[in-house]
Each structure stands twice: as C-alpha cells, then as structure tokens.
Design a protein. Sequence first.
Length: 369
Amino acid sequence: MRKVWCLFDQMIALENMLNAWHQFRKGKRHKKDVQHFERYIEDFIFQLHEDLVTLRYQHGPYQHFYVFDPQKRYISKACVRDRLVHQMLYTTLSEVFDKTFFFHSFSCRVGKGTHAGVDQLHKILKKVSKNGKQACFALKMDVQRFFDSVDHAILKNLLHKRVHDSRVRCIADRIIDSFGTYSTNQRRIGLPLGNVTSQLFANVYLHELDQFIKHNLQQKYYLRYCDDFIVVAHEKTQLTALIEPIQTFLAQTLRLTLHPKKIILSNMHQGIDFLGYVLFLHHRLLRTRTKRRMKRRLKEQYTAYLQHKIDPNHMDQCLQSYLGILSHANSHYLAQSLKNAYWIRETKTNSMLATHPAGSRGKSPGNSA
C-alpha cells in the first residue's frame, strides 16, 4: 500500500512526469505550443522537476477565448508547462479520491462517462417501474453556473481532508488560486473550464452533495454527471419534497444554487431527458437539439473537406464518432441517412475530381458543381 507521505515524491518522479506528458499530448501533437515543448522536452522536464522539488513552481497566466458547444462558453487555457502539472496532479489525486466516490458518479472517471451514465439510468428506470408495471418519475436538477461558483476555501478544505502531504497540497492550492474572481462577500470563487484538474475538483466538491442525497435524504436511485443530477422514484411527491432540502444544503454547505429553470420533473412515459438522450422504458432517442447540432457539425466538417482543409481520414473519423453516439440510441434510420448522405456526396466529389485535370483543382468541388 502506498504511503501518504510519499505522494509528492511519486507525483514528481521523472517516470511519472513522462507518463503524464504522453497522456497529456494525446490528440494535441499538431499544436505548435505542444510541438515546441516536445522539441526541448528534456530541458523543460528537468527544469520543471527542479521547480517542483524546491516548491518554486508558480502557475502562469491563462489564454482566454470563447467556444460555442452548443452554447457560448468561456474557456481558459494554461500554457503547456502548467497543463503538464495539471495532468500530473490529476493522475495523483484521482488515485486518492476515485475510490471514495459513489458508483453513480459518472463524470470524468475511468470506466464511466455519458454513455455509461445513460445505460445505468435506463436500468434504474426499468427497476423502479418494475419493467413498466408501476409509475416512475425522475427529478432532474442542475447547479447554476457551477464552475464559476466553486468556493476556493471550501474546495481546499475538502482536498486537505484526504491529502495529507503538504507539498501536494501546496501545488493543488496554487493551481486553484491561479484562476478566479471575488464574490460579493469577497470570497475567492471559480474554476477554469480548460483545466483537466477542474473535472476532478468538481467531483471532489460535489461528492458532498452525493453523500447528502444518498445518506441524509436516503435516495437509492440517484445519479450524477458533473453538475447535472437526477433522482428516480415511484411518487411525484417524494421527489418534489427533495427540492427544498437540496437547495438549502447547496447554499449553506457548498455556496451553490440550483438553476431555477432546470428543475424538471418527468414521467417515464413522456421520456426522461438526460445527457443528450431521451429515455423511455424499452428504447431511447437522441435529444432533438443534439441531432441538430450533430447535423450542423457534420455539414461544417464536410465543407472543410471540400475546401481541402481536412483529409478524407479526418472526415471519416468525424462521421464514425457521430455514428458511435447514435449506436447508443434507437436511431437506425438517422444513422443510415448520415452514412448515405456522406457516401453519396463522396462519390459525386470523386466523379467531379476525375473530370478535372490536376491543375484545375484550385476551386473546391462544391464550387465547381
């Protein structure tokens, strides 16, 4: 069994730093900042190791930008050096905390994820309804502006309860303090959406909510994915009675609030909307908004393909990822239509390219049609 006192030594071991680097760079090797770091990786790794050992490490500034996925989100991106430290801390603390989390916490954990969460919820619905023989309701809730509202002092206290190595605490505290604003009562709040550590910190923070709902409110059929959570029961009144105590707990213990427009009580016969899918007793469908977003993105990718901005392999990977999402729902006809649309266009494109000499391909196939 690993000793708590050597947690920091294990985290900064050169072998673990290199493993963290290989984990971090997955899917990012085409990025210029990642390529630059890799070009001088020995120098950077040894200097970072020295700064960590002596606790001279200080977190750098963030680069800020917006993404639309599907709504407008404010993303804060740290430099490669800091993101490598994030990956090291994430790996180390995951080993400490993951075993303490509830089984029905599905966000950013090995063997979990959205599809596992949807599968588990489907099993719960069938169990509670006795395979459709009894009434079944679900109460879905969402924490309002969760990442913007995380209280630094509360988060640090929760981390320190289980992390007893002062050096690991120091690095974690510096990452937490590297971002945030001050609330109206001058408490430091906020976590950046771009940090891998933010996902782990979210699970540590909301584990308190998990315990309250499972132990204090004694709700057996409860499931959470990040700040979205759902409770299933036979009776409407049983679920509506949970709203006030959950609101009080969040406000008093975690300084959070429920999103007033996202407290939704649903009947299973009408469909339970969760994590992009709408679940019924014997089938599930992709949420309409998710389908629209999928079609829009696929169209954008295909346009980029026609303009030679992405290659056929990238286009195929994009299509296959969407088909993978559809494979978890009863969406055979939609999946078939996407495949047909892609291959028909591909055939047309190849035909058009074949009719033009190589020197005339300056215009995209879409423009020449």
